[in-house]
Design a protein around this ligand. Structure first.
Ligand code: MG
Length: 160
């Protein structure tokens, strides 16, 4: 069964249900009950399957990357750190601009060819641009779920 060598996730509306550079106000912190909150004490959640997906893929030996166009890389990195997601992530590209740039750097840093990468994102524009490189792209219509990842891996294995 053919598998991707690098699985890349967008952040906003893929990993968590918000724009981390617009809907919430950094800096972020963890409250007494363990919830991540912003500077106005609003809760900053992630999708319910996110941790399960990242830890499961990581334990299966997949390399994981992040490609985000966030205008606040510091805030996004702080959230990844507070949620303890960095332990699963090998490559991070977080800055504005076309995601073609993000993926060129991911390829250079990881040594993985575009055809061996899989990418999850909620925006059609990113899917079109990155898909043009030859990356197997999956549009996230609602939210990241374990089921969506499972189906995408199945599809990838058939495509080769
Ligand atoms: Mg997004």
């Amino acid at each position: 069964m053919f598998k991707p060598k690098l699985i890349v996730f967008d952040l906003d509306f893929t990993i968590w249900p918000l724009y981390s550079d617009a809907h919430v106000s950094p800096p972020f912190h963890i409250d007494d009950s363990g919830k991540v909150r912003d500077s106005r004490f609003a809760e900053v959640p992630v999708y319910k399957d996110t941790k399960k997906i990242l830890s499961s893929l990581h334990s299966q030996g997949f390399k994981i990357g992040i490609a985000s166009r966030s205008t606040d890389p510091e805030g996004a990195n702080q959230l990844l750190s507070l949620y303890n997601f960095n332990q699963y992530i090998s490559f991070k590209e977080i800055y504005p601009g076309s995601k073609v740039n993000h993926f060129k750097r991911l390829k250079a840093d990881s040594g993985v060819q575009f055809s061996d990468m899989m990418f999850f994102d909620d925006e059609n524009q990113n899917i079109m641009e990155v898909g043009g490189l030859g990356v197997h792209c999956v549009l996230v219509r609602e939210e990241m779920t374990s089921d969506l990842v499972h189906k995408a891996l199945e599809q990838f294995s058939k495509k080769q």
